[in-house]
Design a protein around this ligand. Sequence first.
Ligand code: PEP
Length: 253
Amino acid sequence: MRKTIIAGNWKMNHTGAEVRETLSALIGYVADKGMPEVIVAPVFPYLGEAVSLAKETGVRIAAQNMHWKDSGAYTGEVSPAMLVDVGVSHVILGHSERRTYFNETDGTVNLKVKAALAHGLMPVLCCGETLEQRERGSATAVIEAQIATALDGINREEIDRIIVAYEPVWAIGTGKTAGVAEAQEACSAIRRKIAGLYGKDLAAAVSVLYGGSVKAENIAALTSAPDIDGGLVGGASLKADDFAAIIQHAVIK
Ligand code: PEP
């Protein structure tokens, strides 16, 4: 059965000392068994150090982005091979901030998902509608289209190596959380879409996370919903004790 996962996206925050301090404290909190899988995504310069700190602990280290090519004249980019080389296991792809500020499209997200899988990295594939799209009534259609394009060319053997994160753009960093019913409906639409592409059994094995102003107070209700398998957490993952409280309150079904 699929895993419950709590992932922290540190975005462009935390210098080296803060990474060490926050990660070390977090590792102390998640020593217990029977907890969700925990993933933390620091910025590129500290990934190697984070991997060393988290070695043989319950915390996995993710990158926040990558290019799809192995190497080449792509100034400022980092390749999947380089992430594997430093020991990263996961990579967040298609985050709405990447789509909004760095022109990422469903097409480039698809190239990245394929490259991550080819290198043995587990993508945390983000999707989600804007407020305007929700108000227009097209949220489900937008999410389904994002998923269909991002997964184009991904085969049946690969789909259970992908984590999907539903992150309504209007809920990210705004303090507004989607209601549990709204989040469940979107996560269930994602699973139905994956089932349409790969069949019900494979879709049942994919962890679908909710992201958007997750905190200790709302994670239990969110993860009690049948299709929400954890959270992708931004702001509230920056402090170890806040993030630990989210991990501890997540419901493992
Ligand atoms: C995110 O950036 O993935 C996110 C969900 O941020 P926040 O928790 O701060 O809304």
